[in-house]
Write a protein that binds this ligand. Structure first.
Ligand SMILES: [Ca+2]
Ligand SMILES: [Ca+2]
Ligand SMILES: [Ca+2]
Ligand SMILES: [Ca+2]
Length: 253
């Protein structure tokens, strides 16, 4: 059997292992010939107000956040999530709708253990190179806290704020939080911490490595689950924070 058919079968099997929080009105996952999950962002500029009432969001399909990367497989009222993607010349835009029964921030104003607070994680590999990115900028792993702070690890293995990379408006009504985020895209190979880094101008047809996840903590010092948008093969699924090779492939349409 050709390798790409095996890859497709493997990915389809992984994808079938949905967690319990599969929303009903999301588009099915699409895979390319290498078995890599693919995503598309539509062109347009939303008003960044924490509401999805924008023409560009009407033109974009919901995608699911339903792959258990770490911890428990949550019930739908504990966690469920879906998102849309858009872009213009200046930003990638993410609209994420997250159901979480308890919003928790136990490490406020701290860059320590930020992944154990409720937070959205955006993984971006600007040149889709894949590869290791734990202590370099080959790819960014932005952890966005409930108060909009953005954290990732720097080459000196400390945690740093990257608040100017992602601008977030978050509105929570009852148990539903709507995150509307503008993400600036940087050339990781040229990125200097504290330097004069200019975001890239984006064009139609550009491809980037991309994944999205939510860390859910409701009641304890540690998160109970991390749920991603990308099917990860193997037993260690909590690997996006180290390996850009498991990201999906995003195309700007
Ligand atoms: Ca909006
Ligand atoms: Ca929860
Ligand atoms: Ca890269
Ligand atoms: Ca929570």
């Amino acid at each position: 059997m050709p390798r790409y058919v095996l890859n497709l079968l493997l990915s389809a099997t992984l994808w079938a292992a949905f967690c319990k929080n599969q929303p009903k009105d999301v588009a099915p996952a699409t895979l390319n010939a290498d078995g890599k999950q693919t995503f598309a962002a539509v062109y347009g500029t939303p008003v960044l107000d924490g509401s999805g009432a924008d023409d560009v969001w009407d033109a974009s399909d919901w995608q699911s956040i339903n792959q258990v990367w770490f911890g428990i497989n949550p019930e739908a009222n504990d966690f469920s999530g879906r998102y849309k993607l858009a872009w213009d010349e200046n930003n990638l835009y993410i609209l994420a709708e997250i159901v979480d029964d308890s919003l928790l921030e136990i490490y406020p104003e701290s860059a320590e253990r930020y992944w154990d607070d409720d937070c959205l994680e955006i993984f971006l590999d600007e040149d889709a190179s894949g590869g290791e990115h734990q202590y370099n900028f080959n790819a960014f792993a932005y952890h966005i806290s409930l108060d909009g702070q953005v954290m990732d690890m720097a080459p000196d293995s400390t945690y740093r704020f990257f608040n100017d990379h992602c601008l977030t408006r978050l509105i929570t009504r009852d148990k539903v939080s709507t995150w509307e985020i503008a993400v600036r895209i940087y050339d990781g190979a040229a990125y200097e911490p504290g330097g004069e880094n200019l975001p890239k101008l984006l064009k139609s047809g550009k491809k980037m490595g991309f994944s999205l996840a939510y860390n859910d903590n409701d009641r304890s010092p540690e998160r109970e689950s991390c749920i991603g948008n990308t099917a990860v093969p193997g037993t260690n699924k909590n690997h996006a924070w180290v390996d850009a090779g498991i990201f999906g492939l995003l195309e700007l349409r």
